[in-house]
Design a protein around this ligand. Structure first.
Ligand SMILES: NC(=O)c1ccc[n+]([C@@H]2O[C@H](COP(=O)([O-])OP(=O)(O)OC[C@H]3O[C@@H](n4cnc5c(N)ncnc54)[C@H](OP(=O)(O)O)[C@@H]3O)[C@@H](O)[C@H]2O)c1
Length: 279
């Protein structure tokens, strides 16, 4: 992590589940593990807080309450389930003073709801990461609330940059990105697994088939990110009368494209339902 503003900030993480732990691990590993400053963590259950040894022990401070973590931090990352956000925000609101910033990862909870519960003028950033954070490959969409400024967004970007790529987006796009990326990583996983099982069906051992399927997905993703159009990759692979066009025809005939588009659309609708309730 090159952003020096991050190094000066004390960071708190409330909720040490899948995403909270991934963010903590990313921050500890960032910049070759030289990120200075303590990270204050809290969780409703002590057993969720893990144990830290060596250098990590001196950098990770396990707090007795969410309030303590929020009090000691300049940037507080809320990594609890959407249903728990309101309770946690109300709990920490009295100690969110003096320019502290709250970064929420909760799906479907708008910045306006957090601002309402924190009190007027409080800085809020909303992010939508994905579980690729566990290997430093999250795609994180970010937007800011009414009172967060350019510097606050840059700071949040520096922090979330520890777990992967960060894109600034409009808040109205976050629900779609929840479907496309937050949930979407599970859709790709299902496709990779189905491809692997196709290999098994045709006689490959599962582990080999899964590794080849996942690496093939990685190659496709890297080519697309390097600028190749998906259609040109298909044309480069599909020779007349060959194997690829037969497989692509089968995918179309089976409605795979429509099913995948619908999965993103349904996940987006669900994110909008949750957003509606959280307002
Ligand atoms: N997982 C994903 O792929 C993903 C992707 C994008 C965004 N998100 C968002 O990230 C947030 C966290 O998701 P997650 O999958 O990491 O959930 P998780 O694994 O359930 O982690 C949440 C943690 O918060 C704890 N907790 C619950 N109530 C609390 C409270 N009042 N104070 C402090 N800690 C509390 C939970 O403890 P208990 O286990 O005891 O409840 C748990 O350890 C959600 O809002 C979700 O929408 C998740």
């Amino acid at each position: 992590m090159k952003d020096r503003t991050v190094k000066r900030k004390k960071i708190g993480i409330i909720g040490m589940g899948n995403i909270g732990t991934s963010i903590l691990r990313g921050l500890l590993a960032a910049d070759g593990g030289r990120l200075s400053g303590e990270i204050f963590i809290s969780d409703i259950k002590k057993e969720n807080l893990g144990s830290f040894e060596g250098e990590e022990e001196s950098r990770v401070v396990v707090c007795k309450s969410n309030e303590e973590a929020a009090k000691k931090s300049a940037v507080i990352i809320l990594a609890v389930k959407p249903k728990d956000v309101r309770g946690v925000v109300e709990e920490i609101a009295p100690v969110i003073t003096g320019g502290k910033m709250v970064v929420s990862v909760a799906a479907g909870v708008p910045t306006s709801a957090i601002e309402r519960d924190l009190g007027e003028g409080k800085k809020v950033i909303r992010v939508m990461p994905n579980i690729g954070a566990r290997v430093g490959e999250s795609v994180t969409a970010m937007c800011r609330g009414t009172y967060a400024g350019d510097d606050d967004e840059a700071l949040a970007k520096g922090i979330l940059g520890a777990i992967g790529a960060v894109y600034s987006v409009k808040e109205s796009d976050i629900d779609v990105i929840t479907g496309l990326s937050g949930s979407g990583i599970a859709f790709f996983t299902a496709v990779i697994e189905a491809m692997a099982e196709g290999g098994v069906y045709e006689g490959l051992p599962y582990d080999l088939s899964l590794a080849i399927s996942a690496k093939t997905a990685l190659g496709a993703a890297k080519m697309i990110l390097a600028g190749d159009e998906p259609s040109s990759i298909k044309h480069m692979t599909a020779s007349p009368g060959g194997t690829t066009i037969r497989g692509l025809y089968t995918m179309d005939a089976r409605g795979v494209k429509a099913a995948i588009m619908e999965a993103v659309s349904e996940a987006t609708k669900r994110a909008r339902e949750i957003s509606g309730k959280a307002r």
